[in-house]
Design a protein around this ligand. Structure first.
Ligand code: RB5
Length: 145
């Protein structure tokens, strides 16, 4: 299950991402926002990141205008690795090297087609482990301090 959330700046891209997940028959839950009324991005970031952090869902997708705000907010939650991606390379690396459990995008940066493509790349690649796991373990150790 993937938790999907956005603020108003990411609403349109979130809708496109939900359509894309539906087209691939990937189960997801829409954590809002549900229209283009202005909302505060930390609120939706907290809902999705808390669900990932607690293991309620395996992964999440977060979108705000730039992707920056929800990234900052989501990465405050233990065990969350939220990665802001802009293109095919960063989407692939977010999975292969960073094992990102939340994919973040900017709704005012990417088109619907580009955003859906990046979600597909992130979903279709695997974490490489090895030296990358050692690095993630160092991040976890920092979190424990
Ligand atoms: C909202 O206007 C905008 O600040 C937000 O979507 C996001 O870009 C913040 O980082």
């Amino acid at each position: 299950m993937i938790a999907v959330g956005s603020d108003h700046g990411g609403y349109e891209l979130k809708q496109a991402v939900c359509e894309y997940l539906k087209s691939r028959q990937i189960s997801y839950e829409d954590y809002g926002t549900y229209d283009t009324e202005s909302v505060d991005y930390p609120d939706v970031a907290a809902k999705v990141a808390d669900a990932v952090s607690k293991g309620v869902v395996k992964e999440g997708i977060l979108i705000c205008g730039t992707g920056i705000g929800v990234s900052i907010a989501a990465n405050k939650f233990p065990g969350v690795r939220a990665a802001l991606v802009h293109d095919a390379f960063t989407a692939q690396m977010a999975r292969e090297h960073n094992n990102a459990n939340i994919l973040v995008m900017g709704g005012r940066i990417l088109s619907a087609a580009e955003g859906a493509r990046l979600v597909g790349i992130w979903l279709d690649h695997q974490f490489e482990g090895g030296r990358h796991q050692n690095r993630l373990s160092k991040i976890s150790a920092t979190e424990q301090k």
